[in-house]
Design a protein around this ligand. Structure first.
Ligand code: ADP
Length: 548
């Protein structure tokens, strides 16, 4: 027997249809790549996205074809997304922070037919055009004025396409299991692999993230996603903001403290989301300029662990509450959020902070388990470390084109590559990435935990901890510190700062002051590169052990 409810495929075009119908006059404000602030509405975005759909059809794009975007967060980028997805083509977001060789690899692997690009990225594209033979058309996301001097075979002007095509275009009408989006992981091991989202997975992710204990967006909010649309779908905000009818503020390419602060204040932003490094820049800027946050109420921070100093800075100096979130490209991306339960909400602010610093608990439909190397389940006691495994309707089942082979265990769980604990309140805490955890004398040391505490040192601009070879212990931690400008410090100062905050045997064997701690394409500390740079480094304790 079948149920008797309507067949209403969960396709993402319906999200923008809804925004147009019920929140059509709500603004989408962008800091354009050309510079000025541009104001549109959901109704206009809907209309222009449909025109782009017709333009794409005329270029021969059909269901399942991949169309890439190499673009900042702007209203035009939102129009391109819906224009592509609405006709069943696949929107492939490219991360401009990747090296050109990686970009070409990904474009070729995806076999992108058309590529939307901001003016910013034309030099990279033109220099590498010969290496992306599948791309027949480049849509430059600007107007005729911006196209001056831009002339190469295959170049098209975004605003011309909008102007020349009709807004009469049927969206949807296909199965919800059709692919809608494609995003490659940054490939910290081997080549980047593609995660191919379906309309259904994006739609369900949107519904789940709208929940009050998740992102909790509302039609009363003004939302500024600093997190780029090319970084795990801007954590779903380009779907969830129109879904609830929130005003959307897009920061374009200017993500520095002053530019973000200006938009937060002038547009009355209440909610924002970004990785910790962005917030650190904002807090530094606010302190330097004695700036205020008069409308911002909540920020979601994820992508890497949130240092305590950021949570305290927002809470105590600016009255902004922080929600810590964990996720990955493979989970669409939201997996857990550290919003309090009733029991936690009744604790003191200081006690609650302990939970805010964890990565949090899963919303309905995200299933988690912790296992050991043999795949056996581990207890949720807050101290046992294990591999974090995840399963659910918006979790990857297989990489694009089957890369990497079978990626699920026999129960259908995906191995996140993260090592975590889960406590008795159900709060998950990432202790490390499996490949970054420091293995010392058969025990594991969390590099993230030491980094976060070290970051609380007033002279630290950025800290990273890696394992260095040791003849007796296998590996021992080394703390790398980039000092704030004009500061000087001793190793002892940093070791003293850690004392009493971590187990004694976790204390780094050395502190190395460096000029630069490299960040990868998604704003995270690039440990692979640090390890390369530290090649040839020998721990002082290893030298002593060798000569003893
Ligand atoms: P990548 O940066 O490798 O391309 P993602 O952006 O998908 O890929 O990053 C996912 C990874 O980022 C997670 O597996 C985890 O290691 C890390 N991560 C994400 N959020 C957090 C967080 N709140 N705390 C610690 N690590 C996090």
């Amino acid at each position: 027997m079948q149920g008797r409810m309507q067949d209403w495929p969960l396709t993402v075009d319906r999200i923008l249809d809804h925004a147009k119908a019920w929140h059509g006059g709500i603004e989408v404000v962008s800091r354009s790549v050309e510079g000025p602030i541009v104001r549109t509405t959901y109704a206009q975005i809907h209309d222009r996205a449909k025109r782009l759909s017709n333009a794409l059809k005329a270029l021969g794009v059909g269901k399942g074809d991949r169309v890439a975007t190499l673009a900042w967060n702007t209203g035009r980028h939102v129009e391109a997304w819906y224009g592509i997805m609405g006709i069943g083509a696949v929107c492939h977001t490219l991360n401009p922070r990747l090296f050109p060789e990686q970009l070409c690899y990904i474009i070729n692997h995806a076999e992108d037919k058309v590529l939307f690009t901001d003016l910013t990225f034309l030099p990279i594209l033109l220099a590498n055009r010969a290496n992306m033979p599948t791309v027949k058309h480049f849509v430059v996301m600007t107007d005729r004025e911006g196209m001056k001097g831009v002339d190469f075979p295959g170049a098209l002007c975004f605003e011309d396409l909008v102007e020349q095509n009709s807004a009469d275009c049927a969206w949807g009408g296909f199965e919800e299991t059709l692919p809608a989006g494609l995003c490659y992981t940054s490939g910290t091991t081997g080549n980047p692999k593609g995660v191919l989202y379906t309309h259904r997975s994006n739609f369900l992710h949107t519904l789940v993230t709208m929940g009050r204990d998740v992102m909790g967006l509302s039609a009363t909010d003004v939302v500024l996603p600093v997190v780029p649309m090319f970084h795990a779908n801007a954590w779903g905000i380009a779907f969830s903001a129109p879904a609830v009818g929130a005003k959307l503020v897009m920061p374009g390419q200017k993500l520095d403290g002053a530019s973000v602060h200006e938009l937060l204040e002038t547009e009355g932003v209440t909610f924002s989301a970004a990785v910790p490094t962005v917030w650190q820049m904002l807090l530094n800027h606010l302190r330097e300029t004695k700036g205020k946050l008069t409308t911002l109420k909540r920020v979601v921070i994820g992508g890497s662990a949130v240092p305590e100093a950021i949570v305290r800075g927002f809470r105590d100096e600016f009255g902004v509450s922080v929600t810590h979130a964990w996720g990955m490209t493979e989970t669409s991306p939201l997996g857990t959020l550290a919003n309090p339960t009733r029991a936690i909400a009744m604790m003191s602010d200081e006690e609650q902070l302990r939970f805010t610093l964890k990565q949090g608990r899963p919303p309905v439909s995200v299933e988690l388990k912790l296992v050991n190397d043999a795949g056996e389940r581990l207890p949720h006691d807050g101290t046992t470390f294990g591999r974090l495994m995840v399963r659910g309707p918006f979790v990857v089942g297989e990489y694009f084109k089957g890369d990497g082979g079978e990626i699920l265990d026999e129960e259908g769980y995906f191995d996140t590559g993260d090592v975590a604990t889960i406590d008795e309140f159900g709060f998950m805490q990432i202790t490390d990435r499996a490949k970054d955890v420091i293995k010392s004398g058969g025990e594991w040391i969390s590099s993230i935990e030491i980094e976060n505490i070290a970051m609380g040192h007033p002279k630290a601009a950025l800290c990273a901890v890696i394992g260095a070879a040791h003849p007796k212990w296998d590996e021992r931690p080394v703390l790398l510190v980039k000092l704030k400008e004009g500061q000087a410090a001793t190793k002892e100062e940093f070791l003293q700062h850690l004392e009493g905050k971590i187990a004694r045997w976790w204390t780094p064997d050395d502190v190395v002051f460096v000029d630069d701690i490299p960040l990868g394409a998604t704003g995270k500390i690039d440990k692979k590169l640090i390890r390369q740079r530290m090649e040839g480094y020998v721990l002082p304790t290893a030298r002593q052990a060798a000569t003893a």
